[in-house]
Design a protein around this ligand. Structure first.
Ligand SMILES: [Zn+2]
Length: 231
């Protein structure tokens, strides 16, 4: 293989190495990107917290109701037990009983409202948990798929690297340095010549120039500086 041919082959290997590396970088980026899942997790947590708060309020109302119920029972026994004969005291007790019934009714309404809220919120927590489950299954599958693609790209890289090294060892230091220097600014430092034109910049080259390149000399395009290569 001529020197320009070797450099062209080196470029092919470098481009393929870069492609595989870009692929791996892109996969790594995707592997770190699971905002949807994190968002669903935090939504479930906050829904659970809101539910717990309302359940706590429900408990407080239930205790207050039990307390009121007990007081009512106690008062009923007094009222209808027959032990109290004093009419004024009885009227007083009747009024107390009436107040208690009204408090009971209002607390019962509070409880009903809270129970309805709890039921709605339990539904929301369930929906959130299901969504999270679905998302984490999808994420798990996606992760598996990404990891497989990543390991395929990594094994390609592992095969290409020694090929590149072996080829580079066959190329003179001077030519390699020129190649690397052009590569700093151009992704493809070697350009093919087709029908007398540099395929890097499309300029028509002097015949003598591409003929030297064809003979295997290290010739650079006078316009774009790329190393010229003819098959
Ligand atoms: Zn050119």
């Amino acid at each position: 293989m001529s020197l320009p041919g070797q450099l062209y082959r080196l470029q092919q290997l470098d481009l393929e190495l870069q492609r595989q590396q870009d692929l791996i970088n892109g996969i790594n980026e995707q592997l770190n990107k699971n905002e949807g899942l994190i968002e669903a997790e935090s939504e479930l947590t906050s829904r659970k917290q809101r539910l717990a708060e309302v359940e706590k309020r429900q408990k407080v109302v239930e205790w207050a109701l039990e307390d009121l119920q007990e007081k009512t029972n106690h008062l009923s026994k007094k009222l209808y037990g027959g032990a109290i004969k004093n009419p004024k005291e009885l009227v007083n007790l009747e009024q107390q009983a009436k107040d208690l019934r009204s408090k009971l009714g209002s607390k019962e309404n509070d409880l009903l409202e809270l129970m309805t809220q709890v039921e709605t919120m339990q539904g929301e927590v369930k929906a959130s948990a299901e969504e999270l489950e679905q998302l984490s299954q999808e994420w798990h599958q996606k992760q598996e798929n990404l990891k497989q693609r990543k390991s395929a790209a990594e094994s390609k890289l592992a095969k290409l690297s020694p090929d590149r090294q072996e080829l580079a060892q066959q190329i003179s230091r001077e030519a390699l340095q020129l190649y690397e220097q052009i590569r700093l600014t151009k992704q493809e430092p070697v350009a093919k010549v087709e029908q007398g034109r540099c395929q890097g910049c499309r300029i028509t080259l002097p015949t003598s120039q591409w003929q030297r390149a064809k003979a295997g000399d290290l010739v650079q395009c006078s316009s774009c500086n790329r190393i010229l290569y003819l098959e």
